[in-house]
Write a protein that binds this ligand. Structure first.
Ligand SMILES: Nc1ncnc2c1ncn2[C@@H]1O[C@H](COP(=O)(O)OP(=O)(O)OP(=O)(O)O)[C@@H](O)[C@H]1O
Ligand SMILES: [Mg+2]
Length: 635
């Protein structure tokens, strides 16, 4: 549908601007200009033909709703006049009413079919677009965004947007048609009476303006409160969150927090309902006044013989048919705006730039040798305003901080030749993980360059960099799926034999084979049914299947029992053989075997060399070697 990353000139991620969208400051709650045009052009595109057809069915069925009111006149007049043809006339019109009902029902069904079809497909389109756009956001976005708020966008707002298009605009069209047909019929009966009964119109409009704005604000706020509530759930209802709640015995507090969020949702629901109802009660009252006026004046005209009794009854019925849609229409600007809030919130996400994306003409890295060089790399984590949206991060009151993060890496330079092992050591918070994250381009350097085979990673396609670099993190993530499916995630085409071979090499095959369902065993969310060491070996097997030229590895800091430790060591030896590897090492054995050791402190390389060179020299390395490195497990 042509809604690529470049669409709309990238409205998001501009400091201050995002805060406006998340906020509900009445003066700023206005929707962006051209929103409707954008919806029509970019979202409604493939459905324009069907939307026109929908409009036709709406027109027909709405006209057929009004028509019976007009037919009251000949029937009532025939009854009050009596005479020879009266019985025939009554029968004829009664049959006509049945006919109209049947045709009206047909159009109504057709209309429903069309609106359901357009609506559901629209939801499908928007969900797919949002999903794809979000999954291509850089890691920084996910470290900041509240998952619940994001999921709420993909659910509630998408449905809201669909309602806007098929519901709100459909109702709008139906109301316009009803008003036009009813007022036309009224004019045909008595034009002065028509003008008189429409004199109450300005009151409708005035009321609508008053209430409209308020209702729109309430809707936006309600969407945001719903997102807050969802977020509490998504954060707590996963293994890590649930474990935290239990370990700290916070169930009662959690209940209170959730209760408070849910209560806000309930309160705003009540407020919206009351505001909406007050509006309709007032409108109903105004409508009743108009009807009374028709009987008062129309009745006199009938007594003077200027109108027939049928005219008066028919006119009153038509007026009823006109007031109801008029009431709805006077509220239309509000409803349209409210409905468009959802579109705005959907576009807000689609407009987020993808700061880490393939550059134009990006090259594909084929058959990488696996040389990794850092030249003068400095790095600061992106600011909040640069990586997220206020409404996704903190809720609707927030304004995101635009000050860039402090620089955490300064002028880091080193080179790893193909097949070499580079060990990174240094105190906690020194920047080791940050350095590793720059290799697969999870983040973008602030200055300097990261190169693979001499090519800047920013000039390569993301997918080929991804294929060249395999990552084993400290706490590897597994999807809630079978072990086999988790392994195949690395290479969908891998045969069972290849999967098994990788697991043997990673020293995990025997463990898997002993599980009741073997490779079909489902590992829970985050793989919590496996031990830490088993999970790391599974992650190593996954990387082996991918067969990358470069492996990046964050050694587990948690103590493994000596058997697991030995297994992990052996697995690593296989995994790293013949590949360039960057390893954050805690085990002396890994460090001693490394071709190059980088000692990192405060975001700088303070020492580098081999173990033999460094252990003799005074410095951080010698201290670390004495106090921190774990000796190989006795075997
Ligand atoms: N996502 C992030 N956003 C902002 N700052 C971060 C982020 N991740 C890490 N930092 C900061 O960057 C610095 C380096 O962190 P890093 O995780 O690279 O340290 P490390 O050497 O891996 O430490 P450890 O040995 O404890 O894992 C720290 O000051 C940390 O607070
Ligand atoms: Mg780390």
């Amino acid at each position: 549908m042509g809604m690529g990353p470049s669409m709309g000139g990238g409205r998001g991620m501009v400091p201050g601007r995002s805060a406006v969208h998340g906020g509900i400051d009445p003066d700023k709650a206005r929707l962006p200009k051209g929103l409707v045009r954008r919806v029509w052009r970019e979202v409604a595109g493939p459905y324009r033909g069907q939307l026109v057809l929908l409009l036709f069915t709406i027109t027909m069925s709405s006209a057929l709703v009004v028509l019976p009111a007009r037919l009251i006149q000949p029937i009532v007049d025939a009854i009050s006049d009596g005479g020879s043809g009266a019985a025939d006339t009554v029968t004829r019109f009664a049959l006509l009413l049945v006919g109209i009902a049947v045709i009206g029902a047909g159009f109504s069904l057709w209309q429903r079919y069309l609106s359901a079809r357009i609506g559901e497909l629209l939801i499908y389109d928007l969900r797919r677009m949002l999903y794809d756009h979000v999954q291509r956001m850089p890691l920084a976005f996910f470290t900041r965004t509240r998952t619940g708020a994001l999921i709420s966008r993909l659910n509630n707002d998408v449905i809201g947007a669909q309602r806007a298009l098929t519901g709100t605009f459909g109702t709008l069209a139906a109301n316009v048609v009803q008003v036009v047909v009813a007022v036309g019929a009224m004019l045909a009966i008595e034009w002065r009476l028509t003008l008189l009964s429409l004199a109450v119109l300005p009151v409708f409009v005035l009321l609508a303006k008053q209430v409209g704005r308020r209702l729109q604000l309430l809707t936006r706020e309600s969407m945001q409160l719903n997102a807050d509530m969802n977020n509490v759930m998504t954060e707590r209802f996963n293994v890590a969150g649930a474990q935290l709640v239990k370990l700290f015995g916070r169930a009662d507090d959690e209940q209170a927090t959730f209760g408070e969020r849910a209560r806000h949702v309930a309160d705003i629901g009540i407020r919206s309902a009351i505001v909406g109802r007050v509006f309709f009660v007032l409108l109903g009252f105004v409508g009743a006044l108009g009807t009374a006026l028709v009987y008062l004046i129309g009745g006199r005209l009938a007594l003077d013989g200027q109108l027939s009794p049928g005219d008066v009854v028919s006119f009153a019925a038509l007026l009823g048919q006109a007031y109801q849609p008029l009431a709805a229409l006077s509220n239309a600007p509000v409803e349209v705006l409210t409905a468009l809030v959802s579109f705005d919130r959907v576009f807000e996400i689609l407009d987020l730039r993808h700061p880490i994306a393939d550059r134009e003409g990006a090259r594909t890295l084929t058959e990488p040798r696996g040389e990794v060089t850092f030249s003068g790399v400095s790095f600061a984590y992106p600011s909040a305003a640069d990586s997220s949206l206020a409404s996704l991060e903190q809720g609707w009151t927030a304004v995101l901080d635009a000050t860039p993060g402090e620089e955490v890496l300064h002028e880091v330079s080193f080179a790893a030749a193909p097949g070499q092992t580079v060990a990174l050591v240094g105190p906690s918070g020194a920047g080791k993980t940050t350095i590793l994250n720059l290799v697969p381009r999870l983040y973008e350097v602030t200055s300097g360059a990261v190169r693979i085979d001499g090519l800047d990673v920013r000039d390569l396609t993301l997918s080929s960099v991804g294929a060249a670099v395999g990552v084993v993190s400290q706490d590897p993530h597994l999807f809630h799926d079978s072990i086999r499916a988790n392994l195949r995630y690395a290479r969908a085409a891998a045969t069972d034999a290849e999967v098994e071979a990788a697991c043997r090499a990673a020293q995990i095959h025997d463990v898997i084979a002993q599980l009741p369902d073997g490779y079909e065993t489902v590992v829970g969310e985050r793989g919590y049914r496996l031990s830490g060491g088993e999970k790391q070996r599974l992650a190593i097997a996954r990387v082996l299947l991918k067969n990358p030229a470069i492996v990046v590895l964050d050694e587990a800091t948690a103590h493994l029992d000596s058997e697991s430790e030995a297994a992990v060591q052996l697995a690593l030896r296989t995994a790293l053989a013949g590949r360039t590897s960057l390893v954050i090492a805690h085990r002396l054995s890994t460090i001693v075997e490394a071709d190059l050791i980088l000692v990192i402190a405060d975001g700088r390389i303070v020492q580098q060399g081999t173990h033999a060179e460094l252990v003799g020299a005074e410095g951080i390395y010698a201290d670390l070697a004495r106090t921190q490195f774990r000796q190989p497990a006795p075997s």
